[in-house]
Design a protein around this ligand. Structure first.
Ligand code: SF4
Length: 303
């Protein structure tokens, strides 16, 4: 059953005196109940903007977002929708109130969502001691703070949990633990999880499907093992080949060639064409339609 449906979504950033940045430029994606979707791409590709639009924190300039059968718009948000979608942010140091005890912050979520249990119960669910409820954020490590943030999100009994780079500020040992915890908690409660990360290897561990974004566009979506073992889009292939795992000689792979273009002035045609080793004449002129991958290499015939 589809929980979240994003259709042809456009989100723009407008700053007076500066060109409009179309951070999300016609994106479609679904998340089903109990499904984990990993959204990956380099910094600045529009992943976080998309997540904020799903939460109603950023207005859509076009397209639609439907959650649990209701349209999500900033003006149309209702309390039920607000508590039904909970977000865990990148930086647990700034997302928690430094002056309030962990238990009090989790209690806010319980009051908002009417979820069962106590703050101590929720701390136990995320693998922390019950007496951490009395601690302030500065008394916790980064991984522990992120677990408190997850407990606060769960307290509202969400039907959709969104993690916006929730592991990128954690040390390596905490990253897979927190990612796996979010997956287990979401799936056990029957919620959906949209997990945003630039780390494809962690996403592979927890996601049922992987969606790949580049410069405001969705370029490939597929089952995790299919995308991992047989990526269709050159950008997905480049992301996978740049995962920093040393080879037998200890050498790291080369980084992705080139820089992400300015989203205020995106390239014509395929937005990846200036960095793509397979670029053809058509690529800089016409945007490829979305198929298994949004790439002219997979078109039935070239125009
Ligand atoms: Fe490369 Fe062309 Fe495919 Fe874009 S459409 S990814 S430039 S081959």
């Amino acid at each position: 059953m589809t929980l979240l449906s994003i259709d042809d979504l456009v989100v723009e950033h407008r700053t007076p005196g500066r060109p409009t940045v179309r951070a999300v430029a016609g994106v479609g994606l679904t998340v089903a109940k109990g499904e984990v979707v990993g959204l990956v791409g380099e910094s600045g590709c529009g992943k976080s903007t998309l997540a904020r639009a799903v939460c109603g924190l950023h207005p859509a300039a076009g397209g639609s977002i439907t959650f649990d059968g209701r349209a999500v718009t900033p003006l149309g948000l209702r309390r039920r929708t607000l508590t039904g979608i909970q977000m865990v942010f990148q930086d647990p140091y700034s997302s928690l109130n430094p002056r309030r005890r962990a238990g009090d912050q989790i209690a806010d979520g319980l009051r908002a969502g009417g979820g069962p249990g106590t703050p101590a119960d929720l701390l136990e669910r995320v693998g922390l001691p019950r007496d951490f409820a009395a601690r302030h954020p500065h008394e916790l490590s980064g991984g522990q703070r992120q677990r408190v943030a997850i407990a606060r999100a769960l307290a509202a009994s969400p039907r959709l949990l969104i993690g916006d780079e929730p592991i990128s500020s954690l040390d390596a040992s905490a990253q897979s633990q927190v990612a796996t915890l979010m997956r287990d908690l979401a799936v056990d409660s029957g919620a959906g999880l949209l997990f945003i990360s630039h780390d494809l290897s962690v996403v592979r561990l927890i996601a049922d499907r992987i969606a790949v974004m580049y410069l405001g566009k969705m370029v490939e979506v597929g089952a995790t093992e299919t995308v991992w073992n047989d990526p269709q889009h050159p950008y997905t292939q480049a992301l996978l080949s740049a995962i920093p795992h040393p080879d037998a000689l200890g050498n790291l792979p080369a980084e992705l060639p080139g820089d992400v273009p300015d989203p205020a002035d995106p390239p014509s045609g395929c937005r990846f064409h200036a960095r793509c080793p397979h670029a053809m004449d058509v690529c800089g002129v016409r945007e490829p339609d979305f198929g298994p991958a949004a790439c002219w290499l997979h078109a039935p015939a070239l125009p």
